[in-house]
Design a protein. Sequence first.
Length: 351
Amino acid sequence: MGTMKAEPITGPEAWQGAEIARATDWIRTVSAPAVVELDAALRGLESRGLVWPRFGRDDFPLPTLSRELSETLDELERGRGFGLLRGIPIHRYTPDQLKNLYWGLGAHLGRARYQNARGELIGEVRDENRLYGEVQEVPSDTTLGRSSRSKARSSGPLRFHTDRCDVVTLLCVRKARAGGLSRIVSAVSVANAILARRPDLHALLYKDYWRSRQGEEAGGERQTYALPVFAVHEGKFTTQYSRTFVEAAQKLPGVPRLTAAQEEALDLHADVCEELAFTMELQPGDLQLLNNHVVYHGRTAYEDADGPDRDRLLLRLWIAPPNSRPLPPGFEALWGTTAPGAPRGGIAQPD
């Protein structure tokens, strides 16, 4: 496992919400020439009958926009760990064209990873519990409770967490009538704040917490694994955390019970996330990019407008970029491999 960092971590990734609220340099606006490139790339696909996921980067040329995407990847790995591409003219495109466009952008960022055991590559994040007035029951494991996936695809709030990939991107297609705000926080700043206040709890978060795979993988509902919440390896910080998975593991036989101090550490972690977070409202055409090793994300509850095609809709891609950091030994339990720049993360597919 990684080593513990007993002094504050400095660098651009150690930001606080208040300073991001005053800054604008994390927003890149899609230029008119870039829109021309996107349109031309889409026409090229259509002329050759190519449809996602059966095309790659070379099939979707973006001569100038690809350079901006590369700079954004650099910011994700060596800068603050997040960015926003604003102004993708989504209303110009049909739903099918939009997914082709999104897949093409993703191909310039890295390798897409599976988001569930059913082979999902582009996720549709929307309230699946309510389908135009009809409440749909989302199945849940009677022991473990609702999965993080089912929580994500409801209208309820989401606690701060990481996804099982190096980079998560979200493309806003429609926003909610009310709420549904995106919340992000620097995991590095959270670790620093806990170190300053409670070094004893900070040390605990560098030790293993048991988690459940919680229905994400075929046949893997009852499988558990142990990873620390914080780790540092070869000078690079990493975090992997969803309290839902930790809580679910506690309901399974054979899993060590959390100590009172471990619970206190998670409570303090949650409180500090709230204190240091930055809240943004994603607009239609916004593409949010987050490095899960250094940024947690969450969401406020929301309320949809009535009627078809008026609900909040985000498209999601999980990406393994070519410039990802090395991970500590032992992290292959979740990531598949710890090698930097490797296709890793996501949900294993059944044989």
